[in-house]
Structure formats: C-alpha cells, structure tokens
Design a protein around this ligand. Structure first.
Ligand code: PGA
Length: 237
C-alpha cells in the first residue's frame, strides 16, 4: 500500500475543480491510499469514496481572531484528518519557522489529525542533507508527544523543476529517515517522496522499496497524469 498525496497548491478555478472531481471520482485506487489536498474553499466539494481529503495548511492557533486562517477544529469538523505541514513553499515565501511548525504539529496530535511534515534540503545543502534533515526533524518535533505522522522528503531543488535525486540517493535518505525516527523518536513512520514525480518517472521510483508513497504537485493538477501514476502503482508487483 502506497500513499498517493496530491497537493493541488493554489490552482484551479471552481469550474475546473468541479470537472476534476468528476474525473477523480471515477479513478480506481484500491491497493493504495489516495489523499487529495485542494485549496480550502473546495474541500467540501469533494464527494468521492475512493480517496481521503487533506488540507494544505492549518492555523497555528486553536481559534479566535485570526483573520484569514482556518483552524484545526474547522478542518476536523469537515472530516479532514490529514494536513500538510511545513511545505518548503510556506517556509520560504511565508517565512514559516520551526516554532510555528511545531505549534501546528502539536495541534494535529491533539486533534488526531495526521500531519504530513515536509522536510528537504536545498541545492547548496545537497551533500550534507542528513544533517539538514536531522535539524529540520528535531526542531519541528522537540518536546512534542508524538502520534501518527507522515514524513515527506522533498528536496527543495526538485520541487517543480523536473529534476529528481538518483534512486540510490532517495533510497539512502529514506532509509536514514526511518532509522532516525525509530532510534530517536521510537516510532515507525511512513516516509513519502516528493519533487517532480510524474507519469514518466513513477515506474523507476516505484522500484525503491523504502518509498511509502508520493507527494505530487504539478502532475496531480492534470487528472490524466494523476490517473496514470495511480495506474502504475495499482499494478501488483
Ligand atoms: P511537484 O511538487 O510535484 O510539482 O514537484 C511537489 C510538492 O511541492 O509537494
């Protein structure tokens, strides 16, 4: 069972999302778990049974006077149990730091929402990536009582660029992440890969046993591409 997480980011109009949903509802995803993360306003339009919904973000405060924010309680009241936290676009453009990320993670654990915590090195940090990942994991998780969590390894230089690490690099990094979570946090957590996943590289990526799933941006916007990726993963190996 692989996790297939589609991150639609800030894309698609209402008309486009309606047609997307129609086609999405027809996709067969039985052996794997599909989690679709649209923009907030569209969450309640999704009505299919073959996938779960996730949010791209959540407020770091519980409730109240925070204009423009969406709270964890509002998300759970919509039946949402997955939230992407700490995506590199939010870290970079919205200056999200580890204190903020930790607050969001803590709320997720309080409300039994499964966070999808994104971590990854930028191009200059490529050769010392385990150091970078270790610091991102520790600064996000320190002092928290951990519950279920999904880690997404997304090298920043791979997001939306068409470049991906070698299979060997992904394998070693994911293996290191799993072992680190086990030895330092005593949990077996799922680790997904994200960054330029598409129908052309999915077969090759699918040979890496350490990958528990994929976080897919650009390719998930085109329903045909998402469908093709799912079809590849649905085939029994
Ligand atoms: P991408 O985005 O698939 O377009 O590289 C992945 C992500 O940002 O999660």
């Amino acid at each position: 069972m692989k996790l297939i997480i589609s991150n639609l980011k800030m894309n698609l109009t209402l008309e486009e999302i309606k047609s997307y949903i129609q086609q999405l509802n027809e996709i067969k995803c039985q052996r794997n778990k599909l989690i679709v993360c649209p923009s907030y306003p569209y969450l309640s339009y999704f009505n299919g049974k073959n996938y779960s919904l996730g949010s791209q973000n959540v407020a770091s405060e519980k409730m109240g006077a925070f204009t423009g924010e969406v709270s964890i309680e509002q998300l759970t009241s919509l039946g949402i149990h997955y939230v992407i936290i700490g995506h590199s676009e939010r870290r970079t453009h919205l200056k999200e730091d580890s204190d903020l990320i930790r607050k969001k993670l803590s709320l997720c654990f309080d409300y039994d929402v499964i966070p999808i915590l994104c971590i990854g090195e930028n191009l200059e940090e490529k050769e010392k990536r385990t150091e970078v990942l270790k610091s991102q994991i520790d600064s996000a998780l320190q002092g928290l009582k951990l519950k279920d969590i999904i880690l997404a390894y997304e090298p920043v230089w791979s997001i939306g660029t068409g470049f991906i690490p070698t299979r060997e690099e992904i394998k070693n990094t994911l293996d290191w992440m799993k072992k680190y979570m086990k030895s330092h946090y005593s949990i077996e957590c799922k680790v997904v890969y994200g960054g330029s996943v598409n129908p052309r590289n999915i077969e090759s990526l699918n040979q890496i046993e350490e990958i528990d799933g994929y976080l897919i941006g650009g390719a998930s916007l085109k329903i045909e591409e998402l469908k093709r990726i799912i079809e590849v993963l649905e085939v029994e190996k």
